[in-house]
Design a protein around this ligand. Structure first.
Ligand code: SF4
Ligand code: SF4
Length: 383
């Protein structure tokens, strides 16, 4: 196949993205041994790094779009090669040339929706806070304890709206003075950046930062690990720093400080899936587990590939918007792992994981076998 991107441009883009780290690759192949793709099909990030070193990347192909940015291979690389940054820079070149294979075209729809409505789900901006209609959630005002940044999936996706409702109910029950931004909230921009649309990311980030500053926001509670990651690790590129807390951390504090009491019982075997952007990318492994252990009657059991070795759900890096054939879904493997240890509930804390797991639950006909829950849904049932 013809290589469209010129030699120099690919190399320059990569250098800009991750410096010269890719040159340290000595082709040991350790990255490929941990990459989840190799559980479902052949894929080599090692080969992509090699080809990129010489500017010989096949920009038209599917392979540069596969990486879910799960963070497994950077963790194992003995040479500190920044595989994720290299991959994203190749997507930037492809995006610049408007070269997208068929499976990636749906990500273009998400991009258009982000530009026009501030979310990837083609939801109308004015309907962003419709989920909260019956809950009397206040608009954020300066001086409140925290801003609850709801995020796109929890604002628009029918399954995920239940998590937003559960979260708001818990915060109210604990007497937290919080507010939301409603139609002033934009997507955090994390995933669109990973698809190579840097300009769209920057615009979303700037709009959010301006709103945070204009509204006097200091502390932000988030439900999505992707919002968490971006606010904490990427927005500081714009010379701002907000206090960012994941809802799991916040709820654990509420319980420990006596502001929230769990009174019900949840007599089920529950296993916890570490989302890549909460665990590997941000080292938050214990708080979700500690929170689950606070639930009366709940038995926490661990499945294979947990904590640092967590098996990606397949939704990061913009893959949540791309087409993945049924037989190549990591989320199916994850549900099978949960079922193998006899878990009745697969709990997690990420809208992409829940979306993928709910789909796998249907694909595998696990409706009677396994429930998928956000941790907040379990906590809300205990109030
Ligand atoms: S693990 Fe690192 S050094 Fe080894 S092949 Fe992969 S990128 Fe190269
Ligand atoms: S970050 Fe994850 S999905 Fe991407 S190449 Fe590395 S191991 Fe594979």
């Amino acid at each position: 196949m013809e290589t469209v991107a010129p030699f120099k441009e690919v190399i320059d883009e990569i250098k800009e993205a991750g410096g010269d780290a890719f040159k340290f690759c000595f082709q040991c192949g350790l990255c490929d041994t941990v990459c989840p793709w190799n559980r479902v099909r052949q894929f080599s990030i090692r080969k992509i790094i090699r080809e990129a070193t010489f500017g010989l990347t096949e920009i038209e192909g599917e392979d540069i779009w596969r990486c879910t940015t799960c963070g497994r291979c950077p963790q194992r690389c003995p040479r500190g090669v920044k595989q994720i940054e290299v991959g994203v820079s190749l997507r930037r070149v492809a995006s610049e040339y408007e070269i997208f294979p068929a499976s990636v075209r749906s990500a273009r729809t998400a991009r258009a929706s982000l530009i026009s409505e501030g979310n990837p789900l083609q939801g109308e901006r004015k309907k962003r806070s419709e989920w909260a209609t019956d809950l009397a959630v206040k608009p954020y005002a300066e001086g409140m304890e925290a801003l609850y940044f709801v995020g796109c999936y929890l604002s628009y996706d029918p399954r995920m709206k239940k998590v937003a409702v559960a979260t708001a109910k818990i915060l109210k029950k604990a007497g937290v003075e919080f507010g939301i931004l409603g139609d002033k909230e934009n997507c955090c921009g994390e995933s669109i950046r990973k698809t190579g649309s840097e300009k769209v990311f920057k615009q979303l980030a700037k709009d959010n930062i301006k709103t945070f500053i204009d509204s006097g926001v200091k502390k932000i509670i988030v439900s999505s690990p992707h919002c968490y990651h971006t606010f904490k690790n990427e927005y500081p590129e714009f010379m701002v720093n907000f206090e960012v807390v994941h809802i799991n951390q916040f709820l654990l504090d509420l319980i420990d400080s006596g502001r929230l009491e769990l009174t019900g019982e949840f007599p089920k075997q529950v296993t916890y899936h570490d989302p890549c952007y909460l665990g590997r990318h941000n080292d938050i492994y214990e708080e979700p587990r500690d929170l689950l252990r606070k639930v009366p009657g709940l038995e926490l059991i661990e499945m294979a590939d947990s904590r640092k070795d967590s098996l990606c759900c397949g939704g990061g890096g913009g893959r949540i918007w791309m087409d993945t054939p049924l037989e190549e879904r990591f989320s199916d493997l994850r549900l099978i792992q949960a079922n193998e240890i006899g878990a009745q509930v697969l709990a997690t804390s990420c809208p992409y994981c829940i979306t993928n797991f709910e789909e796998s639950r249907l694909n595998l006909e696990y409706e009677e076998v396994l429930e998928i829950k956000d941790i907040t849904e379990i906590i809300n049932d205990m109030l």
